[in-house]
Design a protein around this ligand. Structure first.
Ligand SMILES: CC(=O)SCCNC(=O)CCNC(=O)[C@H](O)C(C)(C)COP(=O)(O)OP(=O)(O)OC[C@H]1O[C@@H](n2cnc3c(N)ncnc32)[C@H](O)[C@@H]1OP(=O)(O)O
Length: 405
């Protein structure tokens, strides 16, 4: 493999590296107008590039934020929001060099966890990222879907103007808080593309807010796609949910009740929803809410294994000793005792052995130790330890990220 010279991106290289990423992801070259709007979301900080004759051929980017872990603590997170290699320079180790440099920098800065959304699931395991939270795509039939009588009710829904949405939604997301393991804080630099997310590229998105006795406590961003054709003039529109967060069950029910009440809509389509969202259970006939797909959502990389393991809570069970192998950040390789009192390094013999990417899969509670052992990802040295690890790592609420970055 060729050794590539990885270095931090400079201020002047922000736009060329943004263009490189856009090209790698097959989006159109960014116009001056778009760059004026989204450029501030692409600072030089925390970006690494590989360059040839002054031009970037590979780029990796991240921003600092916080992630909720089981038990509710919010840990520093490096959110990897862009990785791309120029098409004529792929498969010769550019990404590998970028990832190694980026992970070393995260470790040096003492960041315990890194995360990303993967364009393809085969890429990131080798760098220690594991598929840690899944998400589902759900399609609700309209007007057939009806909420049953006992679904919580109360409060009201009001629609915002685009200007109000841009102003109010960041604060509302913050106030709603990180209600599930895997959710992240959305820093200021994430929001400028809110013009695209919350207003829509051409003002096509709708934002509605739910208010309860304590004030605003939930919101939904959606747009509609007209599916009528000459052959099917009654097809109506499909309402696509882009972003929906609620602080409590009344707000969640109120937002879904609103979505299901919008006229001239034949289906409500929501991608990237929590796998255990109770929508089907809210309906009189739960077949009117079909899960179309379950896909990998958040990929998590323990950067400081000891700190990450010690930061989450565990359910009551006898401790287990994990032997963790990390081929990139070698300092993580070692044995860790994990129990209800936390986690610490140990010299004791290991009950279970796993690579650091599998630890990423286990960490937020999405995958059980049993499933990971059955899949050959956890090597079982003491069979009794598998059930203990299941109990320790299980979470009542499924993890979910819910933020596109
Ligand atoms: C977090 C995000 O931003 S997700 C978006 C990721 N970006 C994209 O998908 C844009 C399009 N793709 C690209 O830019 C590039 O192909 C990248 C970034 C995915 C890979 O970059 P490369 O420089 O080719 O990766 P590199 O040469 O270091 O490959 C490392 C290993 O991963 C494998 N690999 C890399 N990309 C892929 C892929 N798309 N599918 C399967 N294997 C892959 C390589 O074969 C190599 O395997 P090996 O170690 O067994 O030899």
């Amino acid at each position: 493999m060729t050794a590539f010279d990885v270095r931090p991106v400079t201020e002047d290289e922000r736009r060329p590296t943004y263009d490189l990423l856009g090209r790698a992801l097959h989006s159109n070259r960014v116009s001056d107008t778009t760059w004026a709007r989204v450029g501030e979301s692409w600072p030089a900080a925390h970006k690494f590039g590989v360059f040839e004759r002054g031009a970037p051929i590979g780029i990796t980017s991240s921003f600092d934020t916080g992630i909720a872990v089981p038990g509710g603590r919010v840990l520093p997170l490096a959110a990897v929001d862009g990785v791309g290699v120029r098409a004529d320079r792929t498969r010769r180790g550019v990404l590998s060099a970028l990832m190694a440099a980026q992970l070393a920098e995260f470790a040096e800065r003492g960041i315990p966890l890194a995360a990303l959304h993967a364009s393809e699931p085969t890429i990131y395991g080798r760098f220690g990222y594991g598929s840690a939270a899944l998400a589902k795509t759900v399609r609700v039939a309209r007007p057939a879907a009806r909420l049953h009588d006992r679904v919580p009710s109360g409060g009201e829904v009001r629609m915002l103007t685009p200007e109000e949405a841009v102003k109010e939604i960041p604060g509302l997301y913050r106030r709603i808080g990180l209600t599930r393991p895997g959710m992240i804080e959305r820093p200021d630099l994430w929001w400028p593309t809110t013009h695209d997310r919350h207003v829509g590229p051409d003002g096509s998105h709708v934002v509605a807010v739910h208010s309860g006795p304590e004030g605003d406590d939930g919101y939904v961003v959606y747009d509609t796609v007209d599916t009528r054709t000459l052959d099917d003039p009654d097809a109506g529109a499909v309402l696509k949910v882009r972003d929906l967060h609620a602080a409590n069950p009344v707000a969640a029910a109120g937002l879904w009740r609103f979505l299901l009440s919008v006229d001239l809509v034949s289906a409500v389509h929501a991608r990237h929803r929590p796998v255990d969202e109770a929508l089907a259970a809210m309906l009189t006939d739960h077949r009117h809410a079909r899960t179309l797909d379950v896909e990998d959502d958040l990929w998590l990389r323990p950067v400081d294994v000891a700190a990450a393991l010690d930061a989450r809570t565990y359910r009551a069970a006898e401790p287990v000793v994990l032997a963790v192998t990390d081929r990139i950040l070698a300092a993580n390789t070692g044995h860790y005792e994990v129990g209800p009192d936390g986690a610490r390094r140990t010299d004791a013999a290991a009950d279970l052995a796993l690579d650091v990417d599998t630890l990423g899969m286990l960490y937020l509670g999405q995958w059980s130790a049993t499933a990971l052992a059955q899949a050959g990802r956890v090597e079982v040295r003491d069979p009794a330890a598998v059930a203990r690890a299941d109990e320790l790592f299980t979470t009542v609420t499924a993890p979910w990220n819910g933020t596109l970055f």
